[in-house]
Write a protein that binds this ligand. Structure first.
Ligand code: LUZ
Ligand code: MOS
Length: 763
């Protein structure tokens, strides 16, 4: 089964938000952003801008009819700045003009009177000043402090990971228009239509029933539109509501990069204790998450970091503490992996540091400590249907870990200017929203009288192929062809109160709801056939659009069955509700069973470093992955390949950089590099492990969205391995991304020391 959309995409037939025909009288919006990262907003001079050509109206916080509040988890985020500004790029005013150009041209005439305040960009500095978004949280199992005393080896260190720009191809956008009875309809490029609806209702002072949000598809999300499509939806809706005209708001690329949050950078302290035979006995870690200026999803991201503190390892004594630190940067947000990758980088750093100090390959410590059936995670859920060792051993054998290592050692002995490195990267990722209540959704299935089928769910198609999967589930359950099925837009009036398409759980949740609705319809149609043809219900089947049973005429097709059911007044619509069974969590003790299941896998990564230039190639990434029983192998393989490459980008090339004034330096594709065709690994193998899947996974095919991103962490450690082949024992900080500049610093530490000294002199 191939993804249903790509042919339409390449022919330009797919309808994205910007392809929606605009209505007559549509106004275009542009956002005036705070020019300072922190300050008291004393006043705004709009007079010149109001006279600029084409300008119809300029809206500020004073024009908001409801509450000026779009915070989700914590109510700490105004839609438009009021009283203070907290980051550069914070929306302050909205210009509405007759054309997009005129709206943007008017921005430069706006003057803000801002009294500057001190700027914090560093999470540790924020923590030191007590600037925490929520109180710190600690996950604890065993007694780590006591266990260190009995350890043969104890190592401590600091690990840091940087931000990551989502770089969805389609930038943030919304198109809103007034509807009768004073409501608003919003076409939004969002992963979370209900979030847009809920916040628009608050901002406009309306009931949620007055707001309709519709989503056809997104040109990528990656978490960047889980919460952060909301401001643009609300701003367009505010304009439409106040001016009573359609309003379209599309961010250009650089505005999107400046104004939206990214993956959270983390700085972390770790301490790891091992026994003589390399069992990890104790692990302590303190995370400092750079949350940006408001909470957004940071507390949930922080929680997922804690859930992934020990990655795929069993560690009996763990204390993990996490701080969400408020800084004067755009609010950081969901990004594929959602804090999991940040936590997993730290434990891999701790293991690597221990291995380097002990002079053993990290893989020796990794393999010895992998999770086994029944082992407890620090949050007390047991590892069930655990495939950590199977994934590792399959990867090690299939991709010849021993042979690769020997070949690399030989290469490194023979070459002075090029060095190769290798790393193994096991992953274990929990599937479910960590907030239990979010694990619910609905599907609304109509069978039309001609036998065609329309399906609405809470799932948003963002390129990941969820619509194809839902169509497959329905086709299988009903016994009909995919060609009869249409997956409708995601719309809040058809399917209400949805969770965002996120947490890798969208196909599971919405697929299960679809399966339930289709099962109910199928059963109803078979009961009808049983009555109509006076045959035993148990014996009837629908296969390939044929209704099959002894006693049923051979020409009885799906179409005939449906039309005869309609004539008999049988309901051809079904609405099903699905809630993941068995998940719960008690945050007061930080224990429970938050995940429906875990996904496992292992990647073997090799890399080559040019030791003159510091440049490198990631040569091969070979992955043994636990898909369960994949029913869309082409889509699933694509998710693993794309996720791994996105993870490699985060770990190597992509460097989000702000200056001390909180200004984004990496503000365009000139200065922010993502993997391109030339930098992706030449070899990217994906092996489907033979695993049974899980009953909580749709048709036993496990979730594939986020887990593969963390294979990219292997690229960091493979590069580190290569650098150390050139400079044995070099004190290379555990800081990602491993840009060519950082590689050069590892290859020539004395050169970097000289350069730093020169800079001090120059200053
Ligand atoms: N969003 C969320 C997520 O609200 N909760 C989660 O656990 C999650 N995990 C991954 C991505 N988005
Ligand atoms: Mo996501 S980080 O599952 O939107």
């Amino acid at each position: 089964m191939n993804h249903l959309d790509p042919q339409r995409h390449v022919r330009g037939e797919s309808q994205y938000l910007d392809d929606v025909p605009v209505q007559q009288g549509t106004l275009y919006a542009a956002v005036y952003e705070s020019p300072l990262a922190h300050g008291v907003l004393r006043g705004l001079d709009l007079s010149a801008a109001q006279k600029a050509p084409g300008v119809v109206r300029i809206l500020t916080a004073a024009d908001i009819p409801g509450r000026n509040q779009i915070g989700g988890i914590v109510p700490d985020e105004p839609l438009l700045a009021e009283g203070h500004v907290h980051f550069r790029g914070q929306p302050v005013a909205l210009v509405l003009a007759r054309t997009e150009r005129q709206a943007h041209a008017a921005l430069k005439f706006i003057k803000a009177d801002i009294e500057p305040l001190a700027i914090i960009t560093d999470p540790r500095e924020a923590a030191a000043q007590g600037e925490l978004i929520v109180p710190p949280r600690t996950f604890r199992i065993g007694d780590s402090a006591g266990a260190f005393a009995g350890c043969a080896y104890v190592f401590e260190g600091v690990a840091e990971t940087g931000g990551q720009e989502h770089l969805y191809i389609e930038t943030q956008a919304a198109y809103a228009y007034p509807t009768e009875l004073g409501g608003v309809k919003i076409i939004s490029s969002t992963q979370g239509p209900t979030a847009v609806q809920r916040h628009c209702a608050v901002v406009l002072g309306l009931g949620m029933h007055q707001i309709e949000v519709d989503v056809t598809r997104l040109g990528g999300g990656f978490g960047g539109k889980e919460d952060q499509a909301t401001p643009w939806g609300c701003l367009a809706a505010l304009g439409a509501f106040v001016v009573k005209k359609p309003v379209k708001l599309v961010l250009d690329r650089m505005a999107d990069m400046r104004m939206t949050g990214k993956r959270h950078p983390y700085s972390s302290d770790f301490k790891i204790g091992l026994s003589q035979d390399l069992k990890i006995m104790a692990y302590e870690v303190t995370y400092y998450q750079n949350a940006g200026a408001s909470a957004d999803l940071s507390p949930a991201v922080l929680e997922r970091t804690l859930f992934h503190t020990t990655n795929a390892y069993c560690i009996p004594n763990v204390t993990a503490t996490a701080n969400s630190c408020r800084t004067n940067l755009p609010p950081n947000t969901a990004f594929r992996g959602f804090g999991g990758p940040q936590g997993m980088f730290v434990i891999e750093s701790a293991i690597t540091k221990a291995a380097e100090e002990l002079g053993v390959p990290p893989s020796k410590i990794q393999r010895r400590n992998l999770l086994r059936e029944g082992d407890l995670f620090p949050y007390r859920q047991p590892a069930e249907m655990c495939h950590a060792e199977q994934a590792w051993d399959t990867a090690a054998e299939l991709f010849d870990l021993a042979g690769e290592r020997a070949a690399i050692a030989q290469f490194n002995q023979r070459n002075q200017l090029f060095k190769k490195g290798l790393a193994m990267m096991p992953i274990c990722f929990g599937i479910s929203f960590t907030k239990t209540f979010m694990n619910q959704t609905r599907a609304l299935v109509h069978i039309y009288t001609d036998g065609s089928v329309g399906i609405s769910t809470g799932a948003v198609e963002m390129g990941q192929g969820v619509n194809t999967k839902i169509a497959q589930v329905a086709a299988r359950t009903l016994g009909i062809s995919i060609a009869r099925i249409k997956i409708e837009t995601t719309n809040t009036t058809r399917v209400a109160n949805t969770s965002p398409s996120a947490a890798s759980a969208t196909a599971d949740l919405n697929g299960k709801a679809t399966e339930m609705a289709c099962q109910a319809l199928r059963e109803r149609l078979l009961r009808h056939a049983s009555a109509e043809f006076a045959v035993d219900y148990e014996g009837i089947q629908i296969e390939n659009e044929q209704v099959l049973a002894a006693g049923i005429p051979a020409e009885t097709t799906w179409e005939k069955l449906v039309s005869s059911a309609f004539v008999r007044r049988v309901a051809l619509t079904e609405n099903a509700h699905y809630a993941t069974p068995g998940v719960h969590f008690d945050a007061s003790v930080e224990q429970g069973h938050p995940f429906a299941y875990h996904v496992y896998g292992t990647a073997l990564t090799t890399a080559t470093v040019d030791c003159l230039r510091g440049t490198y190639t990631i040569d091969a990434v070979r992955i043994a992955h636990d898909f369960g029983q994949s029913f869309s192998p082409a889509i699933d393989r694509g998710q693993i390949e794309g996720g791994a490459v996105q993870g490699i980008g985060w770990m190597t090339l992509e460097e989000v950089s702000y200056n001390e004034e909180g200004r984004l330096i990496s503000n365009s594709l000139n200065s922010y590099k993502i993997p391109d065709l030339y930098s992706v690994p030449a070899v990217l193998d994906v092996h489907f492990l033979d695993t049974p899947g899980h009953p909580n996974a749709i048709l036993r095919a496990k979730a594939v969205g986020e887990p593969p991103l963390m294979y990219g962490i292997g690229a960091y450690f493979a590069l580190r391995d290569a650098v150390r082949a050139f400079q044995p024992g070099v004190a290379l900080p555990l800081v990602a991304p491993m840009t060519p500049e950082r590689v050069l610093g590892g290859l020539y530490p004395e050169f970097v020391a000289v350069a730093a000294a020169k800079q001090v002199v120059a200053e």
